[in-house]
Design a protein. Structure first.
Length: 592
């Protein structure tokens, strides 16, 4: 557009032009300062792994923010100067949108894959108390595929022998004929086993995608998109005189020069993002990533339509206020949603977690942590104590714990809940092997002490034997309810997850109260399970590692390498996992 076609009141040097330039220059400075400060704070806060920003794919968010800033600056400068270098408009527009959209797509892909892995892993590790009782009574075997998380199916039910057939084959003295109840139980368990196999197949598919959902691979994808954009922009610079680098042109048509990238934008806004939103819509959204997608798509579509209409249909209005300036509104909304709001939430969350950690450094299953035994405290100190007690109660309440573990999936923290479930099973198996005398003890003998000490598990011989046959069964922290099988096997609850394996053994057998009991070794039958726990949850290279401190990981690794499997080797890690759940996931869970 030449100066002859510009409205006289808006020619460069006029009062209107100077006012608009001054306002937009000031907005540009404020916007730049806002972006720089928030990004710097975002990087600093994201270094705290408990903030939750890292699980929002912080590196991808930074790339996305850079792209939004380039696109926003393009709109602001165009509004301030009206006619300026066309090639600069093109490059900022192309690079800005391709960086922001490819980064948003990468985050969405990461969200979809990682969430599904956590969701399926959590579903496979879940155990309804009654279902667990049935499995303990009927016998279980492990699936053969070692690349799939540890899951079990009923060997007796798949083979059709039923509970009594399995008991007879194992020589446990259960020689009763197959009843209608056991047949119904077998049919139900076989159906559950088939459903779990289907979940395993889905999990295997998504686990194969995990290597492509890492920050490294997604950044490579963004770099490839950027390289394509650079090549495309250079081709336009060479083939289109309006966007040539020499001679420098300031008169350019928005539509034709920006058409290639505009077409890509349309594909993202009208096809790619709606499909992704449809796929993730039902997912819980503890970190707000889904909100970023919604804002990006809805605001992007509106701004795209307004800009195209403004530039191509409203010629006189375009002279007063350039349509490309609306791109800045898109960039601002995305930055606020993806960077500013998460940053504020992370700062608030970190302050809450730090306050809890400072006030309650000794927070799990000590006698002085029983709320009834706590001394009177100021009113402003009571709520954290109550919340800590609520957290412990939630862990031991199956229904509430299932809600919590589902929420942990949305926080990408299902590895924390599955680890404590594995720890609970390890505790039950260790008790069954090292304290066999407790298996025949009457259930009335397992009473709680006055200070709130937890009950000791009471397992029948047959149930205990099946526990050792199925070392990989995952259960909720409250392992079993007070329930019985029709066969007469009496099962009592295991101790709370906050109680260590050593303390559980000490409650069952006085010899474990003696000095040096903490040097007791795990039974050799459980060595394979310990190795599986290490490779799944402790080894830093595992996709499901619990992100423990290096000192704890190194201590456990040294024990593993020297085959020094003491019954206390996982206790420190268990405490860290509980603290992560309490200070991070549970804080978000209560807030939600």
């Amino acid at each position: 557009m030449s100066d002859d076609n510009i409205l006289e009141d808006w020619l460069p040097g006029t009062k209107n032009y100077r006012i608009r330039s001054g306002v937009m220059t000031g907005i540009s400075g404020i916007y730049t300062l806002f972006v720089l400060v928030t990004l710097a704070m975002f990087v600093i806060v994201a270094r705290n792994k408990r903030s939750g920003l890292e699980k929002r794919s912080a590196k991808l968010v930074l790339i996305q923010a850079l792209g939004c800033y380039l696109a926003g600056v393009d709109g602001l400068v165009t509004a301030a100067l009206n006619n300026w270098a066309c090639f600069a408009k093109l490059w900022l527009f192309n690079l800005g949108f391709m960086l922001s959209l490819s980064a948003m797509f990468a985050r969405a892909f990461h969200l979809l894959v990682v969430y599904k892995v956590h969701e399926l892993t959590s579903a496979l590790s879940a155990r309804d108390p009654q279902q667990m009782i049935e499995e303990l009574g009927s016998g279980v075997v492990r699936l053969a595929d070692p690349s799939i998380p540890k899951i079990v199916v009923h060997s007796s039910l798949i083979s059709g022998t039923g509970i009594d057939g399995m008991a007879e084959k194992d020589g446990m003295g259960h020689t009763q004929s197959l009843t209608e109840d056991s047949q119904a139980l077998g049919s139900k368990a076989a159906s559950n086993a088939q459903a779990r196999i289907q979940l395993l197949q889905q999990l295997h598919k998504y686990r194969r995608l995990l290597p492509y959902a890492t920050d490294r691979m997604l950044i490579i994808f963004i770099l490839i998109s950027t390289l394509f954009t650079v090549i495309l922009s250079l081709v336009i610079n060479i083939t289109n005189k309006q966007f040539s680098l020499r001679p420098l042109e300031t008169v350019c048509s928005f539509f034709w020069g920006f058409l290639p990238v505009t077409a890509i934008i349309i594909v993202y806004f009208f096809l790619v993002f709606p499909v992704i939103l449809w796929r993730v819509w039902r997912n819980r959204d503890a970190y707000g990533i889904r909100s970023d997608l919604i804002i990006c798509d809805t605001v992007g579509i509106v701004i795209l339509v307004v800009t195209l209409v403004w530039v191509n249909a409203l010629q006189e209005t375009q002279q007063i206020w350039p349509g490309l300036s609306f791109v800045w509104v898109y960039a601002l909304f995305i930055h606020i949603s993806s960077v500013f709001v998460p940053l504020l939430n992370a700062i608030r969350h970190n302050k809450s977690a730090a306050r809890d950690a400072k006030q309650h450094t000794q927070y799990f299953d000590k006698p002085d942590l029983n709320p009834a035994a706590l001394p009177m405290q100021p009113m402003n100190a009571r709520p954290p104590v109550n919340r800590r007690a609520d957290f412990k109660r939630m862990l031991d309440t199956p229904v509430e714990y299932q809600q919590f573990r589902t929420f942990a999936v949305s926080c990408f923290s299902s590895e924390l809940t599955t680890f404590i479930e594995e720890y609970q099973v390890l505790k039950a198996e260790t008790l069954a092997i090292l304290c066999p005398q407790t298996q025949n003890r009457p259930s009335t003998s397992a009473s709680s002490t006055a200070n709130g000490s937890p009950k000791v598990p009471q397992l029948s011989d047959s149930a205990a034997r099946h526990v050792t046959f199925a070392p990989s069964v995952n259960v909720a922290p409250c392992l079993l309810d007070n329930a019985t099988l029709d066969t007469g096997d009496h099962l009592q609850p295991t101790t709370s997850i906050t109680v260590s394996i050593l303390d559980t053994l000490a409650s069952a057998d006085p010899k474990f109260c003696q000095d040096g009991a903490d040097k007791t070794m795990f039974p050799s039958q459980l060595f394979d399970k310990l190795k599986a726990i290490y490779w799944d949850y402790i080894d830093p290279s595992s996709y499901t590692s619990v992100n423990a401190t290096p000192l704890v990981v190194r201590h456990i690794a040294e024990n593993m390498h020297t085959n020094h499997y003491t019954i206390t080797m996982l206790d420190e890690l268990k405490e860290e996992v509980l603290f992560m759940l309490y200070s991070d996931v549970y804080t978000r869970f209560v807030r939600k």
